[in-house]
Design a protein around this ligand. Structure first.
Ligand code: SAH
Ligand code: SF4
Ligand code: F3S
Length: 448
């Protein structure tokens, strides 16, 4: 068996793609944690902001020395920067052997054969609108003694049609394509049956628009209902939801079915209508608040998280204060905030009224401050309550403890009478709230 090392940057879609590469190569390669040992190294790249893109260039640079020492090693780039830069990466890094785009990576076996046959670097970076996402089924681990996986991702769609003016994703992931529902169901069933998976997270840039472009496909709410039927699956999560497409039908499915986790990632991006319009988000802050209110009236326990961009071109101090005001009004469980960054291909990069780095930095700090307080208050309100936790394993920081998440996606570290509870749904009494997680005591096992 040859050895494969994949270093993944970026979002969960990239993590899921890395998993797919492992599965596509599983007959000849086994995964290793140390690139020094590997025969094939893949760097799975992200270009959503400038910083991760730069990080990645230094990552590729790290392998130069390895390649000089062991020229037989194969080094490749995949993911969004591979898609964005294509063959240009070979000029910058002459020791790269493969460049595989966000659709091209499915042809990894063919790419390796071509490389070996021709001895020349190979790039597959075509982005087709009618691309059919191949079905890659999980490995059958049911007869092995190896620890089972508690959680898994399934990409239910690829690409994005929304063209928010700051965002590179539609250019590097292509047009939105939904996978056939029966393939998603099959993949989910196999993950549960063969790998013992208890929680599945459905992935898409905008899961709310799943199936809408296809005739005869269920919509996202109906897809969730289809997946509930899988026996042995305890929990379903999904990300990301675009506020403009969040329907009341979906809100009801979330509220009414115990298998759907009570958490929604609903990126607001900005609080000022002027900025939202310039971002091409297609909703106003009033519409956003209305949806949040409706959602909470149907499902009071739901946790809402968000992404915020500060310093979008033209964002004045008043506009920014409206973002802070929205944080106070909505009270998100957690917020991921970013400084606006110019990206290739996007229309915002041509906007002239850019905000200075200094102001962006100060605004980011302010968002962190305000949100840290809100998160602390919300986490504090869990103390004294009993919550359901899906046990993921031992806590990394304190191996004496177990770790898992609430249905609202908050990490809980807790003491338990024994180990071996991985994959169980347990009741935990919350005793203490930290900044990023909760602490608790095991009460009882609900389902195993
Ligand atoms: N599809 C998802 C998110 C995709 S990218 C959605 O629509 O919400 C993840 C996050 O990165 C975005 O929500 C946004 O907050 C941030 N982001 C994307 N492009 C950016 C840019 N050019 N500068 C700063 N942040 C950006
Ligand atoms: Fe980017 Fe907007 Fe699509 Fe999200 S919805 S991936 S932010 S273009
Ligand atoms: Fe990054 Fe591509 Fe995901 S740009 S955030 S890896 S879709």
């Amino acid at each position: 068996m040859k050895k494969l090392y994949i270093k993944t940057f970026g979002c969960q879609m990239n993590e899921n793609d890395a998993e797919r590469v492992y599965l596509l190569l599983k007959d000849n390669f086994k995964p290793v944690d140390n690139p020094e040992e590997a025969d094939l190294i893949l760097i799975n790249t992200c270009s959503v902001r400038e910083k991760p893109e730069h990080k990645l260039y230094s990552e590729i640079g790290r392998y130069k020395e390895l390649k000089l020492r062991r020229p037989e090693i194969i080094i490749g780039a995949m993911g969004c920067v591979a898609q964005q830069e294509g063959e240009r990466l070979f000029e910058r890094f002459p020791y790269l052997d493969l460049v595989l785009g966000t659709q091209g990576f499915y042809r990894i076996r063919e790419a390796l054969e071509e490389l070996i046959k021709t001895g020349k670097p190979v790039a597959y970076t075509e982005l087709k609108e009618d691309f059919k996402i191949p079905l890659v089924l999980p490995e059958d681990n049911s007869k092995k003694m190896k620890p089972k996986r508690v959680k898994a991702y399934i990409s239910i769609m690829q690409g994005c049609d929304n063209f928010c003016t700051y965002c590179i994703v539609p250019y590097v992931r292509g047009r939105e394509i939904s996978r056939p529902p029966e393939e998603i169901l099959k993949e989910a069933e196999e993950l549960v049956k063969k790998e013992g998976v208890k929680e599945i997270t459905l992935l898409g840039q905008n899961v709310n628009s799943y199936g809408l472009k296809e005739s005869g496909y269920p919509d996202f709410a109906d897809l969730l209902v289809m997946l509930f039927q899988i026996e042995g699956l305890f929990r379903i999560r999904f990300t990301t939801s675009h506020p403009k497409d969040l329907s009341e039908k979906l809100m009801r499915v979330i509220a009414e079915n115990p298998k759907v986790c009570k958490h929604i990632h609903l990126p607001l991006q900005a609080g000022s209508n002027k900025i939202l319009k310039r971002m091409n988000r297609k909703y106003t802050k009033e519409e956003y608040l209305e949806k949040v209110e409706k959602l909470r009236s149907l499902c009071p326990e739901i946790a809402i998280t968000s992404d915020i961009i500060v310093g979008f071109p033209g964002e004045s101090e008043e506009d920014f204060l409206e973002t802070l005001d929205m944080l106070e009004k909505v009270r998100f469980h957690e917020v991921f905030s970013f400084k606006y960054s110019d990206r290739p291909f996007t229309s915002a990069r041509k906007f002239e009224d850019k905000v200075s780095e200094e102001i962006k930095e100060a605004r980011l700090k302010k968002v962190h401050e305000v949100q840290a307080r809100i998160t602390e208050e919300i986490y504090g309100s869990y103390v004294g309550k009993e919550v359901e936790v899906l046990v993921e394993g031992k806590s990394e920081r304190d191996p004496q403890k177990l770790t898992g998440r609430t249905t609202t996606n908050v990490v809980v570290n807790f003491t338990a009478p024994r180990t071996g509870l991985e994959g169980a749904l347990v009741k935990v009494l919350i005793t203490e709230a930290g900044k990023h997680s909760l602490k608790g005591e095991y009460k009882k096992t609900l389902v195993f």
